[in-house]
Design a binder for this molecule. Structure first.
Ligand code: URA
Length: 435
């Protein structure tokens, strides 16, 4: 086989065979396919697309490009959950303990934040002592004993994605449904779980800005999971405003604990309950949604979900006392009120800009190498549709270093529009795609 023939074929809009796709992936990982050849093929895929068979073949070739996680020592239904990323999107801290308290085994590898999106690992690392670097044995042990563990991705899992993602980033080939779907699903499938629930975000703070593309992505990923023999569902959820009110690392952990502790009704709880209920259905623990919701509410009220979170924190070296005493989490030196310049109903929040403002305060990274400040960030005081008076507090900025404060405040305020009319409420859950 010759790589230029494969590029030519896709350039002409023809379907690639499984063997051709494997030749490309294996060749790119072992270096016999050069970056410029891979770039050309990625661009051809971006423009010409891939059908379902090709996308599945690409995903499986990527999955098989490196090590796989062996979860066979864990008894019970092993489950994973993935979000396509957003702002204030901290559902893992609720979903994982909730379903673990119901008997599922949550084995999850997560990523770090980049740009306007936050990362679960950064948030977990804001817990004093918490380690995301467990070896395979300790990871499997923690999941077996307590029902949940969240760690960083090992470098030997899906090496094809690491190389391809870096190349896509610099060749304008990130936005392609088959490339996104195969990138996400290859990593999920390499985890070896029995069931996967995907939270596919849609809106101005999401990877997919419009609903049609988000549903298409969800549908492709559910199809890949099914063809690979893993029970998979996707929930398409709104990201036209931050999901939670806290954007930052220790702030997000604090918010999750408060919701678990006080059973606060809010958008994060609704989305987390929907995702968790799907996991219980896929796992066969519950037969229908109302039974699942009832079981999950009980885990909130009884405090059992919070106990699970504390067990995971302790097992991974963190200070579990934070669940009773939130002041043990890193705190910023100053809290500064940011006030509205205009009066009216909040009609639009450009969510990625809110994420960027938090990043400018030090809560996120512009480049992979940047270090983050775990204690800083933004706490929103108003949501879409709320009325705000001129001079009223829109948000609190939790700050240490004030060097970007003025610019961050400008960027944050510019992300808001107000109108005289109250805008229509957006759905929080758009659709659910089942296997
Ligand atoms: N997340 C991934 O892991 N891969 C993509 O291509 C996009 C988002």
């Amino acid at each position: 086989m010759v790589i230029t023939d494969i590029i030519e074929k896709k350039k002409n809009g023809l379907k690639l065979t499984k063997e051709e796709i494997e030749f490309f992936i294996n060749g790119y990982v072992d270096g016999s396919v050069a970056d410029y050849q891979a770039s050309a093929l990625l661009m051809a895929i971006c423009i010409r697309g891939m059908d379902r068979d090709e996308t599945v073949d690409l995903t499986l070739a990527m999955r098989d490009s490196g090590d796989k996680v062996d979860l066979s020592a864990i008894d019970g239904i092993r489950v994973d959950k993935h979000s396509t990323g957003g702002v204030g999107d901290d559902t893992s801290f609720l979903v994982a303990p909730l379903v673990a308290a119901c008997g599922c085994k949550v084995a999850k590898m997560s990523g770090r934040g980049l740009g306007f999106t936050g990362g679960t690992l950064d948030k977990l690392e804001s817990i004093p002592g918490f380690s995301v670097n467990l070896d395979q044995n300790a990871f499997v042990d923690t999941v077996s004993k307590f029902g949940l563990s969240i760690i960083g991705q090992s470098k030997d899992i899906v090496p094809a994605d690491k190389k391809l993602y870096a190349l896509r980033d610099v060749t304008a080939t990130v936005e392609s449904l088959p490339l996104i779907a195969s990138s996400i699903m290859s990593k999920k499938l390499a985890m070896g779980c029995d069931a996967i629930v995907l939270d596919v975000k849609t809106g101005n703070g999401a990877l997919m800005k419009n609903l049609k593309d988000s549903i298409k992505l969800a549908d492709i990923m559910v199809g890949i999971g099914r063809m690979a023999g893993v029970k998979t569902s996707a929930v398409v959820t709104d990201m036209n405003q931050p999901l939670g009110n806290c954007i930052g690392n220790s702030l997000a952990v604090k918010e999750s604990i408060e919701i678990l502790r006080d059973n606060i009704e809010c958008d994060i709880k609704t989305v987390s309950m929907t995702l968790a209920a799907k996991i219980l259905l896929l796992s066969g623990i519950c037969d229908n949604n109302s039974e699942a919701m009832e079981m999950l509410e009980d885990k909130f009220y009884s405090g059992k979900a919070l106990v699970k979170l504390a067990q995971m924190i302790e097992a991974q070296g963190g200070n579990a006392d934070i669940v009773d005493d939130l002041s043990l989490l890193p705190q910023a030196a100053e809290v500064i009120d940011v006030r509205a310049d205009d009066e009216g109903y909040i009609s639009e929040i450009r969510t990625s800009e809110v994420g960027m403002a938090a990043c400018m305060l030090g809560a996120g990274r512009m480049k992979k190498e940047d270090t983050i400040d775990p204690s800083v960030g933004i706490v929103l005081k108003k949501r879409l549709g709320d009325f705000v008076k001129k001079g009223e507090v829109l948000a609190e900025f939790h700050v240490n270093d004030k060097k970007n404060l003025e610019d961050a405040e400008k960027r944050f305020k510019a992300a808001y529009s107000v109108s005289e009319q109250q805008p229509d409420e957006l759905p929080l859950i758009y659709t659910i795609i089942d296997e």
